[in-house]
Design a protein around this ligand. Structure first.
Ligand SMILES: [Zn+2]
Length: 196
């Protein structure tokens, strides 16, 4: 008998149900805030198997819109671009960690590209299909809210592939496309980023 019986996953994700709140006045208990539901993180793998990575990225984008609103509340601003940079990253990390998503931090910023690192992340995909498309959508929508322009996000490493951390590079679509091409040529992320 195992001394450590299998536990249900502690991580959970929080999904914005903005659409439901918008579509039905009856469910909008607090009209200014989207309602939230919590799902076991393992459900993301099931959803990906059923609906595909693109659908998860789209769902992540909806959650990113919610996250931007939540950050605005915490930082007391309607324009996240005006929030102090450190306060922004601190609040973002705190909101996600507090909901069991794992640890998120900004690692460094290159000219035109930023890197976000996630550890013990709630989304890693399955062994057969590793990767974090929900998080890619989440970060893209959040950063687009800040930037007021399209932002592309590329996951360059993933805990689901046995790597130490999930790494997300973000920037303009052109810059991320260029980075992707360099990585596909076999250049390391560090070397590829150094060229920016
Ligand atoms: Zn990942």
């Amino acid at each position: 008998m195992s001394a450590h019986p299998e536990q249900p996953p502690l991580e959970s994700i929080t999904t914005a149900t903005t659409a439901l709140a918008e579509e039905s006045d009856a469910v909008a208990a607090t009209p200014s805030l989207p309602r939230e539901i919590q799902l076991p993180s393992g459900l993301l793998e099931d959803l990906r198997a059923i609906a595909g990575a693109e659908a998860l990225e789209t769902a992540g984008r909806r959650a990113g819109t919610w996250l931007a609103a939540a950050l605005g509340e915490v930082l007391a601003t309607e324009n996240l671009a005006q929030a102090p940079t450190q306060a922004f990253w601190d609040a973002l990390g705190e909101i996600l960690r507090g909901r069991g998503w794992g640890r998120l931090r900004q690692e460094r910023v290159h000219s035109g590209l930023g890197v976000v690192v996630a550890e013990e992340w709630m989304e890693t995909g399955s062994a057969a299909a590793p990767g974090c498309p929900f998080t890619v959508g989440l970060l893209a929508a959040l950063f687009e809210d800040v930037a007021g322009a399209p932002v592309a996000v590329l996951e360059t490493a993933c805990e689901g592939r046995g790597e130490e951390e999930c790494r997300f590079v973000f920037g303009s679509e052109a810059a991320v496309r260029e980075l992707r091409a360099r990585l596909e040529d076999g250049v390391s992320e560090e070397a590829a980023l150094a060229g920016f």
